[in-house]
Structures are given as structure tokens and as C-alpha cells.
Ligand binder design. Structure first.
Ligand code: M6R
Length: 608
């Protein structure tokens, strides 16, 4: 959950490091720091707060001259956000500098050992042990010291390392935290993620677990932790640099919401050929699809919410029993994965620690694992048996919008394909579903066009204290996402409830003026949810309803009604979530929150 960068080349390193960190700030923004070798020694500057504090402190990098350096943007785990706990961390003589993304789990034991040998620590972090341990093992051979450290530490790490005695070499190491190396004519780079290097190169090496990169200005070598040299192939990154920039929008979240029609279309169209769904990426024969006895979906946060939606659709269309679990629970509950269980791991980043651990566990237990992932080449994508990519492009705002929408589409396609193969829908029904699917991008566009109406409503409720989202069936799944979106970016307490559950306790919280957002897109459950809306209205709630076009009677039961265009009952989430995203966005703006970088959060949760 931190971002690391590094540069060695013919240009001044500091400004390249700051620029790279600005693309990684989504990974954490509690503090930032850089270290640059100036020809004599390693100089460092680091500060609590956003990257702009560091930029000001270093005059955009000018105070740290030199052509080799490393940088870090932090999401605090061990040690509060502070100047002292910011990275880089050093050995006592300041001749070894380290930046780290991950957690060293056995750092207390190592710290005690080092302290007994006279080492003194300047921070509360787990990372600092790496700097001192490198010092402990370093006898002139940096690679040897690094591999010894790798054998000694437990946990996850992507490390960027500078040795003052090796001023022409940058070292990087990875275990369970993402790391890439970019190769360019003017120098080489390391980073936690591709956007940090895209300005300089599209040629990237993905570093695998327990691999070391030894990088010089015009040369790079890769080793395993036994110091054996490895051969690696670079990958050409095809994204646009602009895709990771704001492009005129005030916030990444707003831009990404507006990119949803494209994300949906890009995820959909390559899989629709001559009126049929083609999912060769599943890597499964029709016999294997027919043999699936159960689907286990595992994910975190919003990705988990798409899993909850997918349960209704896979069970409804393909008639396969589906269980959904959050990855942090699944991995520790000794789950039963019987033969014939397909495990689906959903993740935008493809690096979420709990989801990755769940994937590994499922594979060890003998299940086939399908990943639904947005970031090409990410750990989850690489380790799964097959990958269904969502083509949402880089998502920067911490609150996911377009990746969530693309994940829904991937599940619709999967459910329809399985239903077709297993004969649980007719070809005629399938053709109608496909036509409905194709309309989703323009329907989302229509809803985005209505944003001012939602903004007006949001402006009236910026001071709300508690908000309840209610719905039944797929509407409950939509409620989960609407509630998370609101709370994560506006800091308003909100909860999602299966509408029928209200009477079993929660309705006691409804009082005059409590805001309730009711989802009513499932026609067969409509009347039931209307009754729940009436119940909360009677107790003083203000109700915002989101329902299908034509349900105008909802206006007499609600204070405000938003209509979504007509679509198949299985696809309503794709439309109903849009006003909820906009609502959360405008409330967040109205409260003066940092929409793209909400407090305490990070985009990519690479620690458990
Ligand atoms: O990268 P992932 O999809 O695995 O991330 C999972 C969650 O951390 C993520 O969806 C999170 O809940 C978002 N901030 C929600 O907007």
C-alpha cells in the first residue's frame, strides 16, 4: 500500500522521482520522501503529508542533485505518519538507503537481534530493519547482502535500494508486493506500478516473487535469491499516458465515472462475435463448463459487491449454486472447496493481499481459479488459471467506479455463457439479453447526463449524519456499493440493508429526517420494497428512490425519485449504481472532502 520509484540515468533523478511518485500517490499519501546520490554521498529529504509538501521542501527536486535515486509515498502501517517514519530509511552511516512497500512481519525479532549488536533505530517502522540488516550483511557485495536479507525477512516487500559504495547501480527486490522495471534510452526506472514510468517508457519488465533487479544506466540484470542470473522478457505497455491523467475533469473520480460507457463497451465488445458470446479466455471446454457444480466468489470491498450481484445472476441464469465471501474471511475460515468448484477472484488492481492469498489457497486446495482483473500482468492475473480481463483502463481515484462497472459486465458475460452451454436459457432468450447488454453504455451516458439533478439533491443533504441504503435481491447488492461509495469519500456513516431485514432491528434508528436511499429495480420485489419505504417514511425518513422508468407511483412514496432506463432485471445494477456514485461524489465535494484521496485509504491494499 505504498508506492516506490527509482531512477538511474543521465538526467537529474529527483524531478523524475517526484513525477513518478505523483502517479503513485493513490497507493498512499501519509508522507513522501526521496534519496539521491550526489557524487559523494546519499542526500535525503522526507516529510509527513502529501507529496506537494516534499516538492516544496526540495524546490521540485532541485535541492537534491544527482542522477541516481529512490522515492516513496507512504500509507502508514507500522509507525504513525511522521517525518521520522517516512521513507527512505537508512543504516547509521547513511550509506544504504531503502524504500519499501509491504510489511516485514518478523521485524521485531530482527530488530532485537540488531539492537543486541549495537544498532540504533530512528523510527518505529518495520522497514528500518531492512536498512540495518543490509548494513549487517554488506561486506562489499551488494547482491550477496540483499539475498541474505531476503532469506532472513518474512512478509511482503518491494524494495528500492541505494548503496553509496555502488553509485552506478540501483537495486530492486520483490516478494508479494508489485514491482516493475522500465527501460528507456535515457535511463532506467523502477516503480510499484506502470503509470509512474509511462512518461519515459513503454518497455516494462514485471518482477516476479523473490527476484532481484540490478539496474545500471544502460544495463540491467535479474537474479533469483540464490544469486543465479535469470532471463526476462520485457512487455510493451499499450495504454495512453492521458488515460492516467485527469483530462480536464476536476477529479479522477468524475473522469472515471464518465469513462464508464467506454469501460463497459471495451469489456463487452471483444467478447461479442456474430451475436454470440465468445469467452476463449476462460480456457475451459464446454464439458468443463457443464461439470461446474459450485462457484465460490472471493474478493474485497467493491469487488466483493460485484460478487454479491454475480451470485444472483449466475444462480438465476446458469442455475449454478454460488457462494460469495470477503477474501479476509475466506482465507482464514478453512473453507470447503469440493471437486467441481470454480473459484472466481475479482480484483481491480490484481494486487489485493487478501484476494491474492485466497487465490493461492484455492489453488493449493486443487480448485480451478478464474480471475476477473483490470490490471494486466498483475499478481492475481499471473497466478490464476485463467483471466477474464476488464478493460476499464487505469483507475486512479481510490473509490472505484469504472472498474466496478466493467466487473459487472464480465460477470454478465460469464453467466450468459455458462447458461448457454448448460442449456439453462434458450438461444432466443440469450439474443434478447445480448441486445440489452449492448444498450448499457448509452444508458449509462444518459444517466451521467442527468448529474445536475443529483447534484441539487446531494447539496441538500451534505450535513446528513446517517444514511441507510435498502433493497432486495440485486437491489441489495446495489445498496452495498452505494453505501460504501458514500461513506468512503464523504465520511458520512451509512449502512446497506436487505430491505426485509429493517424490521429486525435497524428500523429503530430511523427518526425524523434520516435519509434512506431505496433501490427498487427488481419488478417482482417492487411491492415488497415499497412497503419498506412506506414503513420508514411513516417514521420520519426522507427517501430517495431509484427505480425503473415507468414506476411513477414511487413519487408519492418518496421525497425524490430517480429513474433508470429499462433493461433486463439482471443488468439493473449497471444503471442504478451511476446515480449513487454521483450522489456520493457531490456529497463529498459539498463537505470539502478530498474525493480522489479519502483519508486513511489507499487504492491498492497490498497488506492484509
Ligand atoms: O483492487 P481490488 O479490486 O482488489 O480492491 C478491492 C477493494 O479494496 C476496493 O474495491 C475498495 O473497496 C474501493 N476503495 C472501493 O471503492
Amino acid at each position: 500500500m505504498c508506492g516506490i520509484v527509482g531512477y538511474i540515468g543521465e538526467r537529474q533523478a529527483a524531478s523524475i522521482l517526484l513525477d513518478g511518485l505523483s502517479k503513485l500517490e493513490y497507493r498512499g499519501y501519509d508522507s513522501a520522501g526521496i534519496a539521491v546520490y550526489n557524487g559523494e554521498k546519499i542526500q535525503m529529504s522526507k516529510a509527513k503529508g502529501r507529496l506537494k509538501v516534499l516538492s516544496e521542501l526540495t524546490h521540485d527536486g532541485e535541492t537534491l542533485p544527482g542522477t541516481i535515486g529512490i522515492g516513496h509515498t507512504r500509507w502508514a502501517t507500522h509507525g504513525a505518519p511522521s517525518d521520522a517514519n517516512s521513507h527512505p530509511h537508512f543504516n547509521e552511516s547513511m550509506s544504504i538507503a531503502v524504500v519499501h512497500n509491504g510489511i516485514i512481519e518478523n521485524y521485531i525479532k530482527i530488530k532485537k537481534m540488531l539492537e543486541s549488536k549495537g544498532y540504533q533505530f530512528a523510527s518505529d517502522t518495520d522497514t528500518e530493519v531492512v536498512a540495518h540488516l543490509l548494513d549487517y550483511y554488506y561486506k562489499g557485495n551488494a547482491l550477496e547482502a540483499i539475498t541474505k536479507v531476503m532469506h532472513r525477512v518474512e512478509g511482503s516487500y518491494a524494495l528500492g535500494i541505494l548503496f553509496a559504495e555502488k553509485p552506478d547501480t540501483l537495486y530492486a527486490v520483490r516478494k508479494d508486493s508489485p514491482l516493475i522495471v522500465g527501460k528507456s534510452a535515457n535511463g532506467n526506472l523502477i516503480a510499484s506500478d506502470v503509470p509512474a514510468v509511462l512518461k519515459y517508457t513503454r518497455d516494462v519488465y514485471f518482477i516476479e516473487n523473490e527476484e532481484i533487479a540490478v539496474i545500471q544506466q544502460d544495463n540491467m540484470k535479474f537474479y533469483n535469491m540464490y544469486e543465479e542470473e535469470l532471463t526476462k522478457e520485457s512487455v510493451k505497455i499499450e495504454w495512453d499516458v492521458e488515460a492516467a491523467e485527469k483530462g480536464g475533469y476536476e477529479h479522477f473520480m468524475l473522469k472515471e465515472m464518465h469513462e464508464q460507457p467506454k469501460a463497459v463497451a471495451d469489456t463487452l465488445s471483444p467478447r461479442l462475435k456474430e451475436g454470440k458470446i465468445v469467452l476463449d479466455e476462460l480456457n475451459m471446454t464446454e464439458e468443463e463448463m457443464k461439470a461446474i457444480r459450485k462457484i465460490m466468489i472471493v474478493a474485497c470491498g467493491s469487488a466483493y459487491h460485484t460478487g454479491v450481484t454475480a451470485k444472483y445472476i449466475l444462480e438465476g441464469l446458469a442455475r449454478i449454486p454460488v457462494e460469495v465471501d470477503v477474501a479476509s474471511e475466506f482465507r482464514y475460515r478453512n473453507p470447503i472447496l469440493e471437486e467441481g468448484t470454480l473459484v472466481i477472484i475479482i480484483s481491480q488492481s490484481g494486487e489485493t493481499a487478501d484476494s491474492l492469498a485466497a487465490l493461492r489457497m484455492a489453488k493449493n486446495m486443487g480448485s480451478k481459479v478464474l480471475a476477473i482483473v483490470n490490471v494486466v500482468g498483475s499478481s492475481i492475473a499471473r497466478e490464476a488459471d485463467s483471466v477474464l480481463y476488464t478493460w476499464a483502463g487505469p483507475e486512479i481515484a481510490v473509490a472505484t467506479t469504472k472498474a466496478y462497472s466493467a466487473q459487472l459486465i464480465a460477470h454478465y458475460l460469464l453467466a450468459m455463457k455458462l447458461a448457454e452451454v448448460r442449456g439453462t436459457v434458450t438461444l432466443e432468450e440469450l439474443a434478447v439479453l445480448i441486445e440489452d447488454l449492448k444498450r448499457i453504455p448509452e444508458q449509462i451516458e444518459l444517466l451521467l447526463g442527468n448529474r445536475e439533478k443529483i447534484q441539487k439533491f446531494a447539496n441538500r443533504y451534505v450535513a446528513a449524519k446517517d444514511v441507510f441504503f435498502i433493497g432486495r435481491g440485486i437491489d441489495y447488492a446495489i445498496s452495498l456499493e452505494g453505501s460504501l461509495k458514500l461513506k468512503e469519500i464523504s465520511y458520512i456513516h451509512s449502512e446497506a440493508y436487505a430491505a426485509g431485514e429493517l424490521k429486525h432491528g435497524t428500523i429503530s434508528l430511523i427518526e425524523d429526517g434520516t435519509l434512506v436511499v431505496a433501490l427498487l429495480t427488481q419488478e417482482e420485489l417492487y411491492k415488497k420494497t415499497v412497503s419498506n419505504v412506506v414503513e420508514v417514511k411513516t417514521r420520519g425518513a426522507v427517501v430517495l428512490s431509484v427505480t425503473n422508468a415507468g414506476n411513477t407511483d414511487m413519487e408519492k412514496n418518496s421525497d425524490y425519485t430517480i429513474y433508470i432506463p429499462k433493461t433486463n432485471k439482471y443488468f439493473t445494477n449497471s444503471l442504478a449504481v451511476v446515480p449513487l456514485q454521483l450522489f456520493a461524489y457531490y456529497i463529498s465535494i459539498g463537505r470539502g472532502c478530498d474525493v480522489d484521496k479519502p483519508r486513511n485509504l489507499a487504492k491498492s491494499v497490498t497488506v492484509e
